[in-house]
Design a protein around this ligand. Structure first.
Ligand code: FES
Length: 197
């Protein structure tokens, strides 16, 4: 199967976002999942910033928000997930996020404003499939030492819990961190990082 065929068959997420939810749940059964916070149709159409309430997002869980037709993942990273990122510096291609795939305020060890919360555009930097969350206990089916992260089944690209791409996979760069900001402790605005609340 050519890359183009795979690309076309796997990119359905843009028109069937609910399939992402199912895919994540099936591929990462051990990870609790919180229902998505979809913005209004009007906001989606305008590509406006969207708001996510993360008050019910348990440690280890992932929430998906649609922004500009793309899935944006919010992962409440546990201590183990953060430690797995620290262990991965040798195996990822761009450990210090030198390629500008994140706002300046996320160019840090965990590629985020707060270490506990990852905010990533869930689109593979190879040909645009949507990777799946794979917890650390997926080692057996990953066929390698695996500290947990995201796996793109289209062509086998792997990313850690900071969205950093592994060396030697088709994806060339880290996952994108969108512009975002916290408004209070439990609300994230995606698509707007202005200083005004
Ligand atoms: S789209 Fe090719 S590995 Fe993700």
């Amino acid at each position: 199967m050519s890359d183009q065929q795979v690309d076309e068959s796997k990119r359905g997420f843009l028109v069937a976002a609910t399939s992402i939810v199912g895919g994540v749940a099936a591929g990462a059964a051990a990870v609790p999942f919180v229902g998505s916070m979809w913005p209004s149709e009007r906001a989606k159409a305008a590509g406006a910033p969207v708001e996510a309430d993360i008050s019910k997002l348990a440690p280890g869980a992932m929430q998906i928000v649609e922004w500009r037709g793309q899935p944006v993942w919010i992962v409440h990273r546990t201590k183990d997930m953060l430690e797995s990122i620290e262990k991965n510096n040798e195996v990822v291609a761009d450990p210090n996020s030198e390629v500008p795939k994140q706002p300046q305020y996320a160019k840090n060890e965990f590629r985020s404003i707060k270490p506990d919360f990852a905010v990533l555009v869930g689109v593979c930097s190879h040909l645009g499939c949507s990777p799946q969350l794979k917890p650390a206990d997926s080692k057996a089916d990953m066929g390698m030492a695996w500290n947990g992260g995201f796996y793109c089944a289209c062509h086998g690209s792997k990313f850690d819990f900071a969205g950093r791409v592994y060396k030697g996979v088709p994806a060339p760069v880290n996952l994108t961190v969108p512009p975002y900001k916290f408004v209070g402790e439990t609300t994230i605005i995606i698509g707007d990082d202005s200083k005004e609340a």
